[in-house]
Design a protein around this ligand. Structure first.
Ligand SMILES: Cc1cc2nc3c(=O)[nH]c(=O)nc-3n(C[C@H](O)[C@H](O)[C@H](O)COP(=O)(O)OP(=O)(O)OC[C@H]3O[C@@H](n4cnc5c(N)ncnc54)[C@H](O)[C@@H]3O)c2cc1C
Length: 403
């Protein structure tokens, strides 16, 4: 496993760093103050595309893998974790709201037929118009326990008809398409799950609301309703072959294995930001008279830095395995569980060290503390990751998201 950043990737990371400082952080603070995401027609989104910065990491949709020089190592997921770490350092909510194939693009790249990849992913190559996609798995009654999803898909001629409700769909209200998980037969549990690509202009899909959240205001999450939503049969991900292999649930889990290292990397970025903010405060406020407080804070911060560095290595290992197309279910769960906890602790440490100043809403640490909790929730909570790890390592059973 190569731990070096090649010069091209390092340049890209620096560019994200520059953009983060100039745009992501100030715009994230603006969204936080307003308690709402930036509107999809905000000029920043066009600007970010012009600079080659996109959300998601499916690369060029057409022939990405075919055109690859087989002698050069595949680095898609590794590149994505480096970018995610840097972008989330500046603002995680803004990082997830960047236009691009995003969360919905990942399952299309993973499970889609060549025709589906062409139809749904090539649109993101046109960088004149910002586009997003969504991933709709969670429901009001089914979060961790994905086997319980009740959104139904029934076959009707050459269409599927989807009915149900989805919760917390990131970028769901602005998505060009949403990948919706539904059951074709509730009696089959996870074996009945299939994924359908629903286009934005489908009259059977509507946005019920955009959620108000304690943190990550810049990142839109939407509740979606599907009523008699007719989806062409050719838009079931993976096509007829995937239907026969009951690919829906397995495909979702394979997608999480690819995206969880990114969530882990984002957590590392946020944890780093919390430590830097704490360090700044300590340098400014703890002079010679508070040398002992300074020493204690520094010691705790050094311990946190070690933890975040370990978390980054776990994320890189999980990403490397994904790029090598090797099983990384345990490694990606480990990276996500460990990094999210690390980031939570880093933000809490910052709040402790800053004391009452930390609770004042004009300091970044308070926003980071509110933002960071979601990292332990999205794409399977910390508890579920730990169940998954336990199940794989010691054979302890679990049925929930990803396990
Ligand atoms: C900011 C944000 C963005 C999101 N974006 C998306 C998105 O784009 N698409 C999408 O589909 N979903 C999205 N989600 C939803 C997210 O995936 C769910 O919130 C998550 O899976 C947890 O589900 P839940 O909220 O229903 O909690 P529940 O499943 O009800 O869990 C509640 C608590 O019980 C614990 N728990 C549950 N089962 C067990 C068990 N067996 N053992 C031990 N503890 C258990 C959980 O860990 C959690 O602490 C998003 C959520 C947030 C906060």
């Amino acid at each position: 496993m190569d731990l070096s950043l090649d010069p091209r990737l390092d340049n890209l990371r620096r560019m994200v760093g520059w953009l983060g400082k100039e745009k992501l952080r100030p715009l994230g603070l603006e969204a936080d103050a307003q308690g709402a995401p930036l509107p999809p027609d905000h000029p920043f989104f066009k600007e970010s595309l012009k600079m080659g910065l996109t959300g998601g990491f499916v690369g060029k949709a057409r022939g990405d893998d075919e055109a690859r020089d087989p002698k050069r190592p595949r680095k898609r997921v590794r590149k994505a974790v480096v970018m995610a770490d840097e972008a989330a350092y500046w603002d995680r909510g803004m990082a997830t709201s960047l236009p691009g194939p995003g969360l919905g693009g990942a399952p299309v790249a993973m499970m889609g037929t060549e025709d589906q990849k062409r139809r749904f992913l090539t649109r993101f190559e046109d960088t004149s118009t910002p586009r997003w996609s969504g991933f709709a798995m969670s429901e009001p009654g089914a979060g961790s326990d994905v086997a319980a999803i009740s959104t139904r898909a029934r076959r009707d001629g050459d269409h599927w008809v989807v009915d149900g409700e989805k919760a917390f769909c990131s970028n769901g209200a602005r998505a060009s398409f949403v990948v919706v998980w539904a059951t074709v037969d509730p009696g089959l549990g996870r074996g009945g799950h299939r994924a359908f690509v629903v286009e934005r202009d489908n009259p059977g899909m509507r946005v019920a609301r955009i959620d108000k959240k304690m943190g990550l205001a810049a990142s839109e999450t939407a509740a979606l309703v599907f009523e008699g939503c007719r989806v062409p049969a050719e838009d079931m991900l993976g096509g007829e072959a995937a239907y026969q292999r009951d690919e829906g649930f397995k495909g979702a889990m394979r997608t999480f294995n690819m995206t969880r290292p990114m969530v882990a990397a984002m957590a590392v970025g946020m944890g780093r930001a919390a430590l830097d903010e704490t360090r700044r405060f300590v340098d400014e406020r703890f002079g010679a008279a508070s040398a002992h407080r300074r020493m204690r804070a520094m010691d705790r911060m050094a311990a946190m830095r070690r933890r975040l560095d370990s978390a980054r290595l776990l994320a890189w290992r999980a990403a490397w395995l994904a790029d090598e197309q090797r099983d990384n279910a345990v490694e990606s769960a480990m990276s996500k569980a460990y990094a999210a906890q690390g980031a939570l602790e880093a933000a809490s440490l910052g709040m402790d060290v800053l004391g009452e100043a930390g609770a004042a809403s004009d300091l970044l640490i308070e926003k980071l503390w509110r933002d960071v909790k979601a990292l332990d929730i999205v794409e399977g909570t910390g508890q579920i990751q730990r169940l998954l790890i336990a199940r794989r390592l010691v054979g302890y059973g679990a049925e929930e998201k990803g396990a």
